[in-house]
Every structure is written in structure tokens, then in C-alpha cells.
Design a binder for this molecule. Structure first.
Ligand SMILES: Cc1cc2nc3c(=O)[nH]c(=O)nc-3n(C[C@H](O)[C@H](O)[C@H](O)COP(=O)(O)OP(=O)(O)OC[C@H]3O[C@@H](n4cnc5c(N)ncnc54)[C@H](O)[C@@H]3O)c2cc1C
Length: 795
């Protein structure tokens, strides 16, 4: 463990200890009774005051100079997650997360001194006056006027949907100060230090759940000093946009909040029936739906993590905060719908009194179900507030059409365990880029697909000469002493051009199994041959009934006098017909799906020819089905007992990570090709890209791509820090690879119209590569099942 991770663990303990010991029962009850994105007001403020007074922790994301915690990203994530895990109230966002950062960025010294300390203390609560009856999505068309009169502005007009205005003592608002200029100009941002100015009236609105949360606010000749202005007159739109980024980007911990909601659903399902005599919890349809939402919730956390790494106010953070908003709000809405479906008619009673914090009115039925319906009703608002999700998709589409791809799916240059210095890695990566740009155009690729061999032997020889085939292998075997992480750039580059060479099979899978095993003789014989390009190896593990599960083994190996008799059939053995060596899994003990008793054997096809049914897969890559009925000598046992499964599992996990790196590049190409095509192709006299429905489709493609990229980045970080990845993380990545690959691929074909269906255009080929990458190593449905098992195990 590095010093940093030790310090973080210590911090985690400190946060947990404080929250467990200091939080009062009433604050905890408020946390359990949250029914919208705003926690019960009094208790949320009480929580903030407690944090501030006892620890100075109210300004979670604030810098030290303004009285904040000064915490880095990891500490903020730990804090938010600890709060969500304990179901504590959210800190009310308008002051701490929205206007606070805007004052820090645009405020005068006087404004900072006046407003920031009282925000932290919880003495001031700010309501947001942006929307108006005639200006919702089209916010810049707002009409509320402020006219200068000496040292004052006089405000006339009204605001609507101002959340918690009836409980607030401050208000930030947008007013029109110049009606002659362009709509974005002529807007001014004001900070009102009262909500009871003469002429100002606040009227609560009753919401869908029967309670008041939003308000209307009317201004009739309300006089406020000019010193209330934040930023310059008529320049308030820049302030407003900066603040919206903070509103939309949310905070770390929304993913954890949604995961908590899923746990809640799981525990309710355990008490309910499926209507046919079984438990709802054991119902396959329930489990599949929960696993799919579990993946979605995890991807919310992943995109939130990525959001943290961007510079707020930069070119990327605006559209990415819109993306985060779409991802978490829609996931939360789906989870709320799921919870209503799980509970059926049991959540129909209207229970306003029992829902009040501190109430002694007993809940009708199961108290755990009290919040289900009001949460479902209130969270319909998630896709509306903060700018509706249509508007967010419009913002994302605009950025994507201007060329934003925001890809960080490169290998971690100079990661701690790498034998390469940053400069060496950069040189290596540059040489790969150059080689593929010069030698792998689409025509060459298509000719190679049709060749007998199915890949370029010349290229393979050159990969060997460049040393690429030896990157992850030990120096004692003529390798570079790197790891899988050092091959991911090559995987990205393979994905850029849909390269056909069997790197995944030979180096990552079969080579990975052999190199990690303890049979030194096999290692010293085969690995140098792989590194020099002399021999190709392939991994034969998948079977007709296994669906990618490496433990499920119908192939058996029984001990005979001169070795082991292998009997069974393997399917979709990638690159088998191009290989000299096969690494074959077979059961030597245990039940058909037991992880013990998985043994691995080396078969030299030059010595032991096998009946191979060789074929081209739909994407042009080669694979084969192989029937085994052969005796393998004892010295060709690579591993048995527990070692067999662990070697196979690690190689497959590595293969999935490698395949995700490759797929990300293919997805990016599909997205950029679709952007170019829809920008150039005209119908109805205008480019396809000018139609909103297609914009939104492209925004969704970008979102899906970023969900995969964020989970990929998270997985690579985990690998970098610990040297391995959990099977849950791998299943998340693989399931998302299937979801994103399929969605982006199908959408790209669709948006190309008839042209998308042709062999001539490259989109179809990238799509087919993703179809293959989804199907191998267990498809999305298989990994949902594995995820359910992980989730079930922590029940
Ligand atoms: C619970 C809640 C809390 C809120 N809190 C606040 C607050 O504190 N302060 C504040 O200022 N505002 C607040 N709002 C207001 C919120 O920002 C607006 O409701 C939102 O911007 C949408 O505006 P609208 O309601 O006028 O809908 P409209 O703009 O009339 O939109 C109606 C529908 O049409 C769609 N639509 C509109 N224009 C387009 C377009 N060009 N293309 C495609 N679809 C379009 C929208 O997506 C929506 O589905 C809140 C809203 C809610 C529901």
C-alpha cells in the first residue's frame, strides 16, 4: 500500500467514526425520509451546521482559503460515499455547490467576505431565481426586468419553480438589464441578501406528492442595491452558465445513492412473492432487471469520477456536466420505476403525516415502503430541472458535432509498475501510431480479410522486430518485463484500424496463461517463440454450453499411462487455425462447474494434428471449433488444481480489458464517422445533423461511449494500483462493452441510412467487430448473471 492509500484509509476511518458517533437520530431519520433531490430542510441544515462546527467539513469541495476542507478528489468521494452509505441527508446544494463557487469565481472581496462564511455556517440559505413562466428551457428569453435607478436596481417581474424559496433567506437571480442586445447579453446576475424586500412575494406551489417544495416569486418595484450584482452588468450569462455546470455535474456519491436504492429494492423483494408461489427475489426477470440497473448505477459513479478530473469552466466540463446530469437522472428514474413495480399496490396509500420527520404516526403496511411512491412521483422532476434532459442532449450534441470526443482511453503512460519511462512509452506509442497510419488503411485491411491466412505475416514479423510481441513478458524470456497495461495502447491502435493480427490470442490469452504459470519448461520453450513471431498460440476454453464461463467444462482429461486423455469440444477458438500451440482447458476433477479441477494443457499442433473446423467470423477475424480426442504427454500440463482456474481467469480478465481498449477505439470511430456523414449528407435541403432527433441520437451515442470509457478508466486505475481487478469490475466492464458497442454500432448504421448497410463503407465493419467483442468472453446477459451473483453474495 502506498503512503497515499494509507492516508486515505486513515481519512476514511476518521469520516466513518465521526458520522457514526455524532449524527443525531433526527438527522438520520431525515436521511431515511428523503423523497426528492432535496432533503428535509431543517435536518439537512442541522447536519451542515454539525459538520461545520465540529469538523469544519461543510465546504466539502471548497478550497481552504474560503474556509473549505481543501480536500482532493479522493477525499471528497470518500466523504460523499460514506454519507450515502449511511443514508444521511444531502447537504442542500444551492448555496454550497452552486452560488458559493460562483461567488468565489466572480465575486468582489467584499462579496466573498460577506457571503461565504455565512454559507458555511448554515446561517444563509439561497434559492435560485432563474426560471420564469415564459422562460424555462429557453432561459435566455427571461423577462424579469431590473432598471438602474441611482445606486439601486428596481426589479419587476416574476420567477417560478424557485425551490425552497419559502424557507430561504437569500436569493440569487437573473434579470434583464438590457433588452436591445443579443439575448445572452443584457442579462445580469444578482445576489439578494433578503427574500422579504418590500414588493417581493413568495407563494409556494403544491407538488405531485402533495407537499410544497417549489414556489412562485413576484417582484413589484423591488429596490435592491447595485452592490448586489455578481460580475458585470449585462454579463450575467457567463456567471449563470458556470453555476449551471456545478448544478448539473452534481457531486460524487449519486452513484452510491442509487446503489443504496437498489439494496432497498432487493430487501423489499425478499419479503414479496412473484404471484406464482415463488419469492420475487428468486425470479429471473427481477434479477436481470436489477443487474442491469446495478451496471447503470456503477457507470454513474464512473462518469462522476471522470467529471472530477476535468477543469470546471473548461471546454470539456460544460458538455460533460450535461452528460453526468442525463446519466444519473435517468438511472435514478428507472430505479424509482423499478421500486414501484416491485411493490405493486402496496405503495398506493397516501401517507403525508407518517412521512414527516419526527412524526409519531405509524406507517400503513411495511415502513420500508413508505418513501417508494413519493420518491417515484417527485423524481419525475429529475429530467426537467437544471435544464431538461432534451436541453442537455442538445448541449452534448453541439459539442460532439464540433469534434469533442474526450477520450482518455490510452494506456497509463509511465504507470508505477511499468519498465518504460514516460519518454520511452511516448516513443513506443508514437511508433505504433506511425506504423498503423502508414501500413493499415482500410483497403489493405479488407484485402487481408480475404487472404487465405487472414492476417498479415509481414506485419506480424515487424511487430516482433519492434518488440511489441514481447511487451508483457519477463526479461528472462526475452520480453520487456511490462504488464498488460503496457499493451493497452496497442489495443487502442488495433481498434482504430481493425487490425487482424492475433495479438490478443497469442500474447494476452495463451501467452498470458503460459507466462503466469509455474511450468518453466513450457514457458521457456513457447514464450520466446511467441516473442520472436515464430509461433502463434491460441486459447481453447469456450464450449457450446459454457457461454464463456471458464469453470463450466464439459471437456475432460483423464489420466492414462503416458499422459492425459483429452475428450470434448471447444468452440469459437480465436485464431486456432493460425496457431501452432493451443492452450486447452479440461476438467480433471470436480463437478461440471467447479472452479477446482480446471487443468490446462499445451497441445503442439505440429506434433498432434487435430480435426479443426476453421472459419472466418462475421467480422473477418478467424476462429475454429475443435473436437479433442487425444492423449497429451504429462510434461505438457501447464497447470492443474487451483492454479488452473486462477491462470485461466486472469488471462480472460486481461483479455476483456484488452478487448475493451480495442472496442473503445472502434466505438469512437463509429461516432466520428456518423458525425461526419450527418454533417455532409443533405436531405430536405439541409444537413442531416441539423435535425434534433438525430442530434439526440448522437448525444446518446456519446453518452454510451463515455460510460464505457469511464468504467474502463476506473478498471485501469484499479489494475494500476493493485495489480489485479475484481471479477465484479470485469463483469461491469464487459457488460457495458456489450451495451455500448451494440447501441453505438446499431445507431451508427441507422444514421448512415442505406449506405450503412453496405460492405463498402467502414462503419459496418466496425459494427461487426463490436458484435464479435460482445459475444466472446461471455456476452452482456452472462455478465449480468455474474453481477447478480456478486450482488446476491453481499446480501
Ligand atoms: C422540481 C423542480 C425544481 C426546480 N427548481 C428550480 C429552481 O430552484 N430555480 C429555477 O430557476 N428553476 C427551477 N426549476 C425549473 C426548471 O429549470 C425548468 O422547469 C426547466 O428548465 C424546464 O422549463 P419548463 O418547465 O418551462 O419546461 P418547457 O421549457 O416548457 O419544456 C416542456 C417540455 O418541452 C421540452 N422542450 C423544451 N424546449 C425544447 C427544445 N428546444 N427541444 C426539445 N425539447 C424541448 C422540455 O424538455 C420539456 O420536456 C425547477 C423545476 C422543477 C420541476
Amino acid at each position: 500500500m502506498s503512503f497515499d492509500s494509507v492516508a486515505l484509509e486513515e481519512f476514511r476511518r476518521e469520516v466513518s467514526l465521526f458520522l457514526d458517533e455524532e449524527i443525531t437520530p433526527i438527522i438520520k431519520e431525515a436521511g431515511r425520509k428523503i423523497t426528492s433531490m432535496f432533503s428535509p430542510f431543517d435536518e439537512a441544515l442541522a447536519f451542515q451546521k454539525l459538520l461545520h462546527k465540529k469538523k469544519g467539513w461543510a465546504g466539502v469541495s471548497w478550497p481552504l482559503e474560503y474556509g473549505g476542507t481543501g480536500w482532493g478528489v479522493e477525499q471528497q468521494v470518500i466523504f460523499h460515499e460514506a454519507c450515502r452509505e449511511r443514508e444521511l441527508p444531502f447537504l442542500l446544494p444551492n448555496a454550497l455547490q452552486m452560488v458559493g463557487p460562483a461567488i468565489m469565481r466572480f465575486g468582489s472581496d467584499q462579496q466573498k467576505q460577506r457571503f461565504l462564511p455565512e454559507i458555511l455556517r448554515g446561517d444563509a440559505y439561497w434559492t435560485q431565481g432563474y426560471s420564469e413562466p415564459g422562460a424555462g428551457s429557453d432561459l435566455v428569453s427571461l423577462q424579469c426586468r431590473a432598471v438602474r435607478d441611482g445606486d439601486d436596481y428596481i426589479i419587476n417581474g416574476s420567477k417560478i419553480w424557485t425551490t425552497l424559496a419559502h424557507r430561504s433567506n437569500r436569493m440569487f437571480m437573473l434579470v434583464k438589464t438590457d433588452v436591445e442586445c443579443k439575448p445572452q447579453r443584457g442579462i445580469t446576475f444578482l445576489l439578494l441578501d433578503r427574500t422579504d424586500f418590500p414588493g417581493m412575494e413568495v407563494r409556494p406551489i403544491i407538488g405531485l406528492d402533495g407537499c410544497p417544495e417549489q414556489c412562485e416569486v413576484f417582484f413589484d418595484n423591488v429596490r435592491v442595491p447595485v452592490s448586489s450584482r455578481l460580475g458585470e452588468e449585462n454579463e450575467g450569462w457567463s456567471v449563470a452558465k458556470y453555476l449551471l455546470e456545478h448544478e448539473r455535474g452534481g457531486s460524487a456519491g449519486t452513484g452510491t445513492l442509487i446503489l443504496k436504492a437498489l439494496e432497498h429494492i432487493k430487501s423489499m423483494a425478499a419479503t414479496l412473492g412473484d404471484g406464482f408461489g415463488g419469492s420475487l427475489y428468486d425470479d429471473g426477470a427481477f434479477q436481470a432487471r436489477l443487474a442491469a440497473l446495478y451496471l447503470e448505477a456503477k457507470s454513474v459513479s464512473a462518469v462522476e469520477e471522470k467529471m472530477f478530473s476535468l477543469d470546471m469552466g473548461g471546454a470539456e466540463s460544460g458538455p460533460f456536466s450535461s452528460l453526468v446530469k442525463v446519466v444519473w437522472t435517468e438511472c435514478l428514474q428507472r430505479v424509482c420505476t423499478f421500486s414501484v413495480d416491485v411493490c405493486g399496490s402496496l405503495v398506493l396509500p397516501l401517507q403525508l403525516e407518517a412521512l414527516e420527520v419526527g412524526s409519531d404516526v405509524e406507517a400503513i403496511g411495511d415502513p420500508a415502503m413508505l418513501i417508494v411512491m413519493p420518491r417515484y412521483l417527485n423524481n419525475q422532476a429529475c429530467s426537467i430541472y437544471g435544464g431538461s434532459n432534451e436541453i442537455q442532449r442538445q448541449i452534448i450534441a453541439k459539442a460532439v458535432l464540433s469534434g469533442l470526443t474526450l477520450s482518455r482511453s490510452k494506456n497509463p503512460i509511465g504507470h508505477a509498475a511499468s519498465p518504460f519511462s514516460e519518454d520511452q512509452m511516448q516513443l513506443l506509442n508514437d511508433s505504433m501510431d506511425r506504423f498503423f497510419a502508414d501500413n493499415y488503411d482500410f483497403d489493405f485491411r479488407q484485402k487481408t480479410v480475404k487472404s487465405e491466412l487472414g492476417y498479415s505475416q509481414d506485419h506480424w514479423r515487424q511487430y516482433a522486430e519492434f518488440g511489441w510481441l514481447g511487451i508483457p513478458f519477463d526479461e528472462s524470456l526475452d520480453g520487456f518485463g511490462g504488464s498488460l497495461l503496457d499493451t493497452l495502447y496497442l489495443a487502442n491502435t488495433f481498434g482504430d484500424v481493425l487490425a487482424l493480427e492475433p495479438y490478443l490470442s497469442a500474447v494476452v490469452l495463451a501467452g498470458g496463461v503460459i507466462a503466469s504459470g509455474s511450468n518453466e519448461l513450457i514457458k521457456s520453450r513457447v514464450i520466446p517463440e511467441i516473442i520472436s513471431g515464430e509461433a502463434i498460440a491460441a486459447l481453447a476454453y469456450e464450449e457450446k454450453l459454457s457461454r464463456g464461463n471458464p469453470c463450466y467444462l464439459g471437456t475432460t482429461a483423464s489420466e492414462v499411462a503416458d499422459g492425459f486423455h483429452l475428450r470434448g469440444e471447444k468452440v469459437t477458438v480465436l485464431n486456432a487455425q493460425q496457431a501452432r500451440y493451443l492452450v486447452v482447458s479440461a476438467r480433471t476433477a470436480g463437478a461440471i462447474d467447479d472452479r477446482n479441477g480446471v487443468s490446462l494443457f499445451l497441445v503442439d499442433l505440429h506434433e498432434t494434428p487435430l480435426p479443426i473446423v476453421a472459419y472466418s467470423m462475421v467480422d473477418g477475424h478467424r476462429a475454429a471449433n475443435i473436437v479433442f480426442d487425444v492423449v497429451v504427454a504429462k510434461e505438457n500440463v501447464i497447470a492443474g488444481g487451483r492454479e488452473g482456474f486462477s491462470l485461466l481467469n486472469k488471462a480472460l480478465n486481461d483479455g476483456i480489458l484488452y478487448s475493451a481498449a480495442e472496442s473503445l477505439s472502434a466505438i469512437k470511430t463509429l461516432l466520428t464517422d456518423t458525425v461526419s456523414y450527418t454533417t455532409e449528407r443533405k436531405q430536405f435541403g439541409m444537413p442531416l445533423a441539423s435535425f434534433q432527433t438525430l442530434n439526440h441520437k448522437m448525444a446518446d451515442m456519446f453518452i454510451s461511449y463515455q460510460q464505457l470509457d469511464s468504467l474502463y478508466e476506473q478498471t485501469v486505475n484499479m489494475y494500476t494500483q493493485t495489480g489485479s481487478v475484481s471479477s465484479e469490475q470485469i463483469s461491469l466492464l464487459k457488460a457495458q462493452l456489450g451495451v455500448s458497442g451494440r447501441f453505438v454500432g446499431e445507431a451508427a448504421i441507422h444514421l448512415h441510412g442505406g449506405m450503412g448497410m453496405t460492405d463498402e463503407l467502414r462503419v459496418g465493419h466496425y459494427f461487426k467487430r463490436l458484435v464479435v467483442n460482445n459475444a466472446v468472453f461471455g456476452n452482456t446477459d452472462f455478465h449480468y448473471k455474474r453481477l447478480w451473483r456478486e450482488v446476491d453474495a453481499v446480501a
